[in-house]
Design a binder for this molecule. Sequence first.
Ligand SMILES: O=C(O)c1cc(=O)[nH]c(=O)n1[C@@H]1O[C@H](COP(=O)(O)O)[C@@H](O)[C@H]1O
Length: 276
Amino acid sequence: MTAPFGARLAEAVAARGSLCVGIDPHPNLLDAWGLPRDAAGLERFALTCVEALAGEVSMLKPQSAFFEAYGSKGVAVLERVIAESQAAGALVLLDVKRGDIGSTMAAYAQAYLAEGSPLAADAVTLSPYLGFGSLAPALDEAERTGRGVFVLALTSNPEGASVQRAVADGRSVAQAVVDAAADRNSGAAPLGGVGLVVGATIGETGVDLSRLNGPILAPGVGAQGAGAADLARLFGPDPRHVLPTSSRDVLRHGPDPAALRSAALRVRDALAAAAR
Ligand SMILES: O=C(O)c1cc(=O)[nH]c(=O)n1[C@@H]1O[C@H](COP(=O)(O)O)[C@@H](O)[C@H]1O
């Protein structure tokens, strides 16, 4: 029986730090690395990231769209990225941002969270904007298999606020997402498996995260302009369960695996030092 995701994540962060590195094979990064914009280039790029990083950071976050762009060959590379990252000791958060009616959500849960599925990761990103309750099949499957989810609450892009900060029944939509996640995590120790995404770029959260009892993924570090000061302002003096995540700002240091690795460790250690 696999340990619950919250426990596995807490252990990984204690051993390897809280930085999550995104594997986002943008076509212009393939160019910069001297690789062709095809499935072979994608494979070289992604597996170099795994070789450089999977033995060092607590979590890797492949962005599915950049793999899907190459069709079945790209998805096959994604399967290898998941398996080889896990074999090297990293947790894998598959960034797919899924959200659908409950019956279809059950199929997504089978694809990404069920034992034995070729694309099963340690966690996935989910969008709650068909209603948090529609995510239940994925949350249930994740709980059953010791996996996690990260639900979009306050995204790092400027367009997100118009939906997420809208107020209904006296609280913002984002606060309703936070509260629903907190209810699912209630009583879990050391940490529940229902995480949230809160962009590091958003200025102020405007929500009460104190009851969450789950991890927070904080994208927007580096290429989108956020840094240690933003993390401190948003999450306060005890950011234990906050996982900053950065993609392009680390990946631009490739293709040399050693340079890529030292860039990731530099970002990780600088953020950790600033949080102390
Ligand atoms: O869920 C995410 O990972 C995510 C949520 C969000 O609010 N903002 C956001 O940028 N992301 C993802 O995080 C990564 C950010 O990449 P960089 O801007 O290159 O660090 C991309 O893969 C985005 O899809």
